[in-house]
Design a protein around this ligand. Structure first.
Ligand SMILES: Cc1cc2nc3c(=O)[nH]c(=O)nc-3n(C[C@H](O)[C@H](O)[C@H](O)COP(=O)(O)OP(=O)(O)OC[C@H]3O[C@@H](n4cnc5c(N)ncnc54)[C@H](O)[C@@H]3O)c2cc1C
Length: 303
């Protein structure tokens, strides 16, 4: 199995998600090589060859140009799978590439089981195993699903830019203004999940956050239900945090939530289900009804 791993150059460096693609390739025992549109002197901590298309010509993003560069590389190297991160770059480019190659495309892979890929469905409530029905396939990997692997500096191989007619011109990225809470700098975060049951119970979790001089966070259903503002959301479509202490109250531990908090230094999870998947990443797992346990903990801490 030969895997082409697509890196993303952002904010002056290769995005960390590239190393998760390397972890995935290692896990499935693939021979891998990389590609990115980046400056030719970019530093990539990967033990292998990475083809680099000069970013000053191919620009940070242009779907047609980037797709054609990858197609050229596929022709040259003949990989079995092309692997993207499940990011806005991957969402946009992976289907275009699969359509051009007329091969299967599998999105949001969270694990592998022999030759089958595991992907979530039903809003990530369930998982299913899928297998491409074509020889080659284009894949996207969910952030945080595979452990990153880094090694020495990569062997950089310049990939010639292809001059082409194009009706798109890259204008640049606009950084969205941050509003609401910035959880990325918090040392303590206490997050509320769907297990709080109703909006009024958020206050129970907020009191614990306050007692620990920390910030309040949330899982996505809490935000979707309108119980808290989206800026509180932790996870792949929320903020990525790494506090000293993360307390998850009534959060099951879906991969999309874990991707945003599993780098926390110390994780406490409070859940009434002893089999909740969050136990896998928790340093301390409290099996309890949060509505009873959290007020007692808060009152003891306050004293
Ligand atoms: C494309 C996509 C992006 C997503 N992005 C994110 C994201 O950024 N962040 C995110 O969080 N999710 C995200 N999700 C949703 C994610 O898949 C899960 O659905 C979500 O994380 C589940 O939230 P939860 O754990 O609060 O709720 P649930 O999965 O419903 O879990 C609730 C937990 O509370 C426990 N519980 C219930 N009552 C109590 C009680 N009284 N005391 C103690 N425990 C109790 C239950 O046992 C259960 O484990 C995304 C999904 C998709 C498809």
């Amino acid at each position: 199995m030969k895997a082409l791993l697509i890196g993303e150059y952002k904010n002056g460096h290769i995005d960390e998600s590239f190393y998760e693609l390397v972890g995935f390739a290692n896990k499935i025992g693939a021979d891998s090589f990389g590609f990115a549109v980046a400056p030719l002197d970019v530093n990539i901590e990967y033990a292998g060859k990475v083809y680099i298309a000069d970013i000053s010509k191919a620009k940070e993003y242009n779907p047609k140009v980037h797709k054609n560069l990858i197609l050229k590389l596929i022709e040259q190297e003949n990989p079995d799978i092309v692997v993207f991160s499940h990011s806005s770059y991957g969402w946009d480019l992976a289907p275009r590439l699969a359509a051009a190659l007329k091969v299967a495309q599998i999105s949001e892979i969270i694990d592998v089981d022999n030759d089958e890929y595991i992907v979530p469905f039903c809003n990530a409530k369930l998982r299913r195993k899928v297998k491409p029905n074509t020889q080659k396939a284009v894949l996207t990997l969910q952030a945080g699903a595979f452990s990153p692997v880094k090694s020495n500096a990569a062997q950089i191989e310049p990939l010639d830019y292809i001059e082409q007619d194009d009706n798109l011109e890259f204008q640049g990225f606009e950084i969205t203004e941050k509003t609401g809470v910035d959880l990325t700098k918090a040392e303590v975060i206490v997050s509320a999940g769907r297990g709080v049951g109703k909006k009024e119970n958020i206050e129970i979790v907020r009191s614990l956050a306050k007692a620990l001089k920390g910030e309040l966070g949330a899982s996505r259903p809490v935000v979707d239900a309108g119980w808290l503002d989206p800026s509180y959301q932790v996870g792949t479509t929320g903020q990525t945090v790494a506090p000293k202490l993360y307390i998850a109250c009534g959060i099951s531990g879906a991969i999309q939530h874990l991707a945003g908090m599993k780098k926390s230094n110390f994780i406490v999870a409070i859940n009434k289900d002893k089999d909740a998947p969050i136990a896998e990443v928790a340093d301390v797992f409290v099996v309890a009804d949060l509505l009873e346990f959290v007020p007692v903990l808060t009152s003891k801490l306050t004293k």
